[in-house]
Design a protein around this ligand. Structure first.
Ligand code: PEP
Ligand code: MN
Length: 363
């Protein structure tokens, strides 16, 4: 399936009324009735439409706080009735869905540890069949775009039309400042394939630390995300889960006020022209890059023929080390990011080896 999902535009979901990015905010976990009501009231006063709170918490270690369970749903009912806000809860199985449907929760989301499991996603989709609930699907823990899309497809096949996705980053073994580094190229690919699928960013779970949340939110806006899901707690340092990554309502308000939202279909003729001109330039540069790559591959194939004739091995590590260090040094001198240079040239080198392999093996 590619771009053939029938998705109701976010504006028609009846959940987000404020202009600007669609925002879901609230604590990682609902802890007490008082904490829920106090945090929700403060978020309401800064214009947040949708209050998020985890009721069932998927925790890495047993014995961590695993959520208050169904009793918290009546607190969310109070948020709806007394504050006029919409509510959002994470669901991970049929029982959670049924409890949320009965309690009238407005939006459900599927967490990263659930999206990864097609059995559970199917169970959730089956439990939702016949309802018109709004559901957001977080990216799976595994960096697998197809698995993420598959979860969206399962909900779509169950008849849901208010479906969106949330980018919450992917766990990485590499030491990084972020808890779950963002994979912007994966979400750009998602947008390319499903341009009508609403896309949210969860900077809290990407960051794992409140200091990075504002910058990540700005990155998301710059990339044209439709909205944000942010963890906000009335007193983050005392939170029962994810204490380090939650913002106070005041810090969240400050962040929203400084967020620059760039319109995708801007009305500003001057800006449109600029973007138009710059995009044309990028297209031309990309064409040139492709042409150069083709030329490089042809040369590489000729080297393959020489290696075959001289009975030389394909991989000559010292030569490759030399090429790579030269590229990194030259790239650095031109202000280019070292990681990018290594990734690009490693990919090109691998492709060259494949071409030479073909020539030498004669297959
Ligand atoms: C959450 O939103 O609190 C949560 C558990 O998120 P994730 O599924 O992204 O880890
Ligand atoms: Mn959390």
């Amino acid at each position: 399936m590619n771009g053939h999902l029938e998705i109701l535009p976010l504006k028609e979901w009846g959940l987000f009324t404020e202009p600007g990015p669609c925002v879901l905010a609230g604590p990682c976990s609902a802890e007490t009735e008082e904490q829920v009501m106090d945090t929700a009231m403060q978020l309401k006063s800064i214009g947040v439409d949708v209050f998020r709170a985890g009721i069932w918490k998927p925790r890495t270690h047993p014995g961590s706080f695993e959520g208050v369970g169904t009793s918290g749903l009546s607190w969310l009912r109070r948020v709806q009735e007394e504050l006029g806000m919409k509510t959002a809860v994470e669901v991970a199985c049929r029982e959670h869905v049924e409890a949320c449907l009965e309690a009238g929760v407005d939006l459900l989301w599927i967490g990263a540890r659930t999206t990864v499991n097609p059995f559970l996603v199917q169970e959730i989709a089956d439990a939702l069949e016949g309802s018109d609930k709004a559901v957001l699907v977080k990216n799976p823990l595994a960096q697998d775009l197809e698995l993420w899309i598959g979860a969206v497809e399962r909900l779509h096949e169950a008849g849901l039309r208010k479906i969106g996705v949330i980018h919450r980053g992917f766990p990485s073994a590499e030491p990084a400042p972020y808890r779950n580094p963002p994979q912007w190229k994966t979400v750009i690919e998602m947008r390319r394939r499903y341009p009508d699928l609403p896309m949210f960013c969860d900077p809290s779970h990407i960051a794992g630390c409140r200091d990075y949340i504002a910058d990540l939110s700005q990155n998301a806006m710059d990339l044209g995300f439709d909205g944000l899901m942010v963890e906000v707690h009335r007193d983050p340092s005392c939170a029962w889960s994810d204490a380090g990554q939650q913002l106070t309502p005041a810090a969240f308000q400050d962040m929203l006020e400084h967020l620059e939202v760039r319109s995708v279909d801007t009305d500003s003729a001057a800006l449109k022209d600029d973007i138009h001109v710059l995009r044309a330039k990028i297209d031309a540069i990309d064409d040139e890059l492709l042409r150069l790559l083709q030329e490089r591959m042809e040369v590489s194939a000729r080297i393959g023929q020489c290696k075959k004739a001289g009975n030389i091995t394909i991989l000559q590590t010292s030569r490759w080390d030399e090429v790579l260090s030269k590229m990194v040094a030259d790239g650095k001198a031109s202000g280019l990011d070292e990681k990018m240079i290594v990734e690009i040239f490693s990919a090109i080198h691998e492709a060259s080896i494949r071409v030479q392999n073909k020539i030498i093996s004669g297959r």
